[in-house]
Design a protein around this ligand. Sequence first.
Ligand SMILES: *Cc1c(COP(=O)(O)O)cnc(C)c1O
Length: 379
Amino acid sequence: MEMLVPLANLDFGEEESQAVLEVLNRRWLTMGAVTQEFEMQFAEMADVKHALAVSNGTAALHLACLVLGIGPGDEVILPSLTFVATANAVLYTGAEVRFADIIGPQELNISPESILKQITPRTKALIVMHYGGYPCRIPEIIEIADRYNLAVIEDAAHAPGARLEGRALGTWGDVGCFSFFSNKNLVTGEGGMLVTQRDDLAERARLLRSHGMTSLTWDRHKGHAYSYDVVELGYNYRIDEMRSALGLVQLSKLDKNNERRKTITQNYWGAFQGSRLGLPFRDLAAKSINSGSYHIFPVLLPEGVRRKAFMDTLRLAGIQTSIHYPPIHQFSYHRQLVSGVTLPQTERVAEREVTLPLYSSMSDSQVDLVLGAVIGTLE
Ligand SMILES: *Cc1c(COP(=O)(O)O)cnc(C)c1O
C-alpha cells in the first residue's frame, strides 16, 4: 500500500544524482579523495579531531569496541531501548552486555543511577545512545566513567548535528558512532562514521577498517606507498566514493534539515498538548539550549488504547508508524544472554511507544494529515 505519509523519506535532489555521477565518471569507486573530503567536512561540522567513514553504523560501533580493547571477560553497560546493533557490537567482541534502564517516560535515555547499579569489577565501558537526537545525561555519565575508569562510547546514530552546551553529540565520550542508513538524518544508503579526539584510537580504527593493512589501495595508487604489512586481524569496513559523495551533499543540508525537523516536532508538540498522549522530551527540550537533530517523533499512548489497533487505523489512513524500540533484553536471542533482567521504565515505555512520521521533506499538509488522524483516532 502506498503511504500518503511514510515514516521517513529521503531529501535527495539533483545535487545527489550529480555528485554520484561525477564519481562514476571519474572512475575511482573505492575509498579515495571524496571519502577524505567527507571525513574532513564531517570532522569540521562536529569540531572533532578524527572522523573515519565506514560501511555502516554497526561497523563504527564494532570498531569503537575493538579500539577500546573490549573483549572476552569484559562487561559493557548500555540501554536496552535502542537498536539491536548497539548490543551486538559488544557481543561480536566476546564481551558481555549489561542493560541499564532509561530515566522514564519523559526522558527515554539511559539513567545514570541505573548505570551505577550495573557496574561490577569487570565493567570496561559504557555505551549511551542519544534517543531521537535528544542528549542523554552525558556530562554526569562521563563523571561516573572517570570515577570508575570506564570508557564511553556514544551511539550517535540519531544525532548528527545535535549539540549539548555547544558541543556535538558523539564527541563527548572516547568514541562516537554515526549511521547514514536510509532513514537517518544524513543518508548515504549504507554508511557510518566513527569520531574521536584521540590519535591512538583513530589510528587503530583506521587499521582495523581495512584488514589491518598499513597502507590503502588509494595510497599505492597515488604512489604514496609501495607495499604493505598486515599488523592486526582487521575487517573490511570501508565506505565507497559514491556513498561519500552522497554524504558530502547531505552534510551540506544537515543544519537546514534538522531545523525543519525541529519545526515539525514543535508543531506536533503544540497540537498534542492537552491530548492524552505522552510526549517524551518535550519539557526537557523547552528547557535546554541544545540544537537538536529531532531524528524521530515518539509518543506514548494513553492507558487503554491498544497499540496495534492505533497503528492499524493510521495505516488505513495512509500514515506509516513504527515502534522505537522493542527492547533488546526481550528478544529471543538476547533474553538468554541476560536471563532474569527486568527494566521497569524501559518495559513500561516500550509497550506504549509509537513513532509518528518525521522527515525534513515532510510537507505542512502531511503534518496536518498526521495530526488530524492521530487526534481523531484517540477520540
Ligand atoms: C541505525 C542505528 C544503528 C545502526 O546503524 P547501521 O548503519 O544500520 O548499521 C545503531 N544504533 C542506532 C541507535 C541506530 O538507530
